[in-house]
Design a protein around this ligand. Structure first.
Ligand code: AHG
Ligand code: MN
Ligand code: MN
Length: 334
């Protein structure tokens, strides 16, 4: 195919915008800037082995985890891009304890807030394994022209206007939804553009892959233990109907299962009753994409996107992927 036949991300989002008669291009601009920052972060990720940006940055984030240098770089880059877009009045990031609000007039007038995990799967940076960025966009609740407030961020996932992720893998992809299906774009590094490669992604209703950190097995709820056994053997027959895959980057694990069919589970454990993953910038955006692709996302009992957030860095058990597989594990949890 000639490069001129490609549909670029920018072209795609502006064509989509034209389908909404009242859209003023604000969301289009915001997504455009996210795409820009993704390209800059991608460049740095690709170079990570070459220059001295590997390893810890020496700070500890709000979760008590060591921040890697690339975490910090990605955080700064996305914040700069979102601010420059003029459409974003505030950001909640995994890397910052509090919300970030902007003082300048342009950004204060922005109609949107963004929740972001700038670098997901950061334990994989040093070893050349796929990592990602996850983002979630809401319309603000507070008045335009004023500083963003905490209430702008504590909205249930069902009120998201857009969500997506970037996967920095063997190729780099941006996958997003605005509530009208899910579309995936692959970065063509020759021309520096994200090009539509996976239009209207639909996830299979059932798959063969289950993804869970089985190192935590002793601490899992009984229902999850039973489900894992069920995946390993059916009716006492160990004919391996299912297969286990776990990268340790939510974005990469989810992306694989989205395309192939499968389930991703990060359950509550005896130690962490609320699980590990963060509701605002990990689970809600992934849940929105899962549902838009025909899949499902719950905390084992309740739809993730109906949970009313109480705090910025709140954690929640996460079960997502092919619908029938999530249904089955939910039955085991009952
Ligand atoms: P982050 O790197 O943004 O802190 O996220 C790590 C998350 C997620 O990406 C991954 O699925 C999960 O932590 C892995 O946790 P375990 O190492 O406990 O399995
Ligand atoms: Mn993460
Ligand atoms: Mn992260």
């Amino acid at each position: 195919m000639s490069s001129y036949n490609l549909i670029t991300l920018n072209e795609f989002i502006s064509t989509r915008q034209a389908n909404f008669p009242y859209a003023k291009g604000e969301l289009t601009r915001l997504l455009h800037y996210i795409g820009l920052a993704a390209k800059i972060v991608n460049k740095k990720v690709n170079k990570a082995g070459l220059v001295d940006i590997l390893g810890e940055a020496g700070n500890t984030n709000v979760q008590g985890e060591d921040q890697k240098k690339l975490d910090v770089f990605a955080d700064i880059e996305f914040i700069k891009a979102l601010k420059a877009s003029g459409e974003c009045c505030g950001i909640a990031s995994e890397e910052n304890d509090e919300i970030i609000t902007f003082d300048d007039e342009l950004a204060r007038d922005g109609n949107y807030i963004v929740c972001i995990d700038p670098l997901d799967g950061s334990s994989n940076i040093d070893v050349n394994v796929s990592i990602g960025t996850i983002f979630s966009i809401y319309r603000r609740k507070s008045k335009r022209g004023e500083k963003a407030q905490l209430m702008d961020f504590l909205q249930p996932g069902k009120d998201q206007v857009a969500a997506g992720y970037i996967i920095y893998g063997s190729s780099t992809m941006l996958v997003y939804t605005t509530g009208n299906g899910v579309n995936g774009f692959t970065l063509d590094t020759a021309i520096g553009e994200f090009c539509l490669s996976h239009p209207d992604i639909k996830t299979p209703d059932k798959g063969k892959i289950y993804s869970i950190n089985e190192g935590n097995y002793p601490h899992f709820p009984d229902g999850v233990k039973k489900y894992i056994k069920y995946c390993q053997e059916i009716n006492g027959e160990s004919n391996r109907p299912y297969t286990s895959r776990y990268i340790g980057s939510l974005v990469a694990d989810f992306h694989r299962n989205l395309l192939k069919g499968g389930i991703y589970i990060y359950p509550e454990t005896a130690k962490d009753k609320r699980g590990k993953l963060r509701l605002l910038y990990e689970c809600n955006p992934i849940a929105y994409i899962a549902e838009q692709a025909g899949g499902k996302a719950t905390d084992g009992y309740k739809r993730i996107m109906e949970v009313d957030p109480e705090s910025l860095h709140q954690r929640i058990p996460f079960y997502t992927g092919s619908k029938e597989m999530v249904d089955t594990v939910e039955d085991f949890l009952k």
